[in-house]
Design a protein around this ligand. Structure first.
Ligand code: ADP
Length: 272
């Protein structure tokens, strides 16, 4: 049987045509939104139980990378899917504009410092991929620098994988129209103004450059160790379901086990 994840995984070395992937599509799901919500609830329960075993086993690590255009739904995905996980053992790290100290180091320095240790799950809200996305499109480093980073990223991710980290990378793929609608909603609602900056509009004018930059990321950095998944993300309910299904498949494959008790506990009762 084909796994659901196979539908959305970018095969290593495969050409990627983002324009051919409809952000409103719902591959592998033909029921309605209510059914998606029901299934998501079950999957969240499964992920919660998985994490408890993963934490107890404390042998391996799990790193989830979330990337998207602005208003692509990274925060929503964390809220709807990953809050199923116990905060003890899970950490979300957001990567913004690098500080002076971070810029004084290699681009992976701040990233590596936030990778999950054994038994832990790390969720990256933006990541080292910004160093071949915004850095490339905004011209923050010369091409001679950023163009070498794809291989550097693959090598670094392979190092993490060899040390027992499972890496799962999601690109939440929204349409330009959907971004316009989401931006407009933010502008129309004073409580959402904090989520909006005029800089977002400038980035929007570079939409095609970003899509091209993402295309290279997906084509060059989807590896067997650290695959990329392209999630059609205009429909939030499908986005959440797709991410949760893929995570559940990863969880089943990892199948962590409770460690045996340190002592023989058979026949012991707690004295009154
Ligand atoms: P978000 O938009 O994800 O909610 P922020 O408002 O903190 O979070 O925005 C993060 C900003 O930091 C984005 O504009 C992003 O392009 C920028 N950024 C992230 N990593 C880098 C980097 N390595 N170099 C330059 N800018 C970066």
């Amino acid at each position: 049987m084909t796994d659901f994840a196979d539908l959305l995984r970018v095969a290593p070395g495969a050409a990627v045509d983002l324009a051919a992937i409809d952000p409103r599509s719902t591959p592998g799901f033909d029921a309605d939104k209510a059914a998606a919500h029901d299934e998501l609830k079950d999957l969240r329960g499964e992920l919660e139980a998985f994490q408890e075993r993963f934490w107890a086993e404390r042998e391996r690590s799990l790193l989830i990378v979330l990337q998207a255009m602005d208003a692509g739904g990274k925060d929503g995905t964390i809220r709807k899917v990953f809050t199923a996980l116990n905060p003890q053992g899970t950490r979300v790290t957001g990567f913004g504009v690098p500080t002076e100290e971070e810029l004084a180091h290699d681009f992976l320095w701040r990233i590596h410092a936030n990778t999950p240790g054994k038994g832990r799950i790390g969720i990256f809200n933006r990541s080292h991929y910004e160093d071949v996305l915004v850095v490339r499109v905004a011209g923050l480093a010369p091409k001679s620098v950023w163009s070498r980073r794809y291989d550097q990223i693959n090598d670094w991710e392979a190092t993490l994988a060899a040390a027992g980290t499972t890496i799962v990378k999601f690109f939440l793929h929204i349409s330009r129209d959907e971004q316009r609608e989401r931006f407009q909603k933010r502008l129309d609602d004073p409580e959402k103004h904090w989520k909006f900056s005029l800089g977002d509009l400038e980035v929007r004018t570079q939409w095609d450059d970003y899509q091209a930059a993402y295309t290279d990321v997906l084509a060059r950095c989807s590896t067997a160790d650290a695959p990329w998944y392209v999630i059609p993300a205009d429909r939030k309910w499908y986005r959440d379901l797709a991410v949760a299904r893929i995570m559940a498949e990863v969880a089943r494959r990892l199948d962590p086990q409770y460690p045996p008790a340190e002592d023989d506990l058979s026949g012991i009762t707690i004295p009154a």
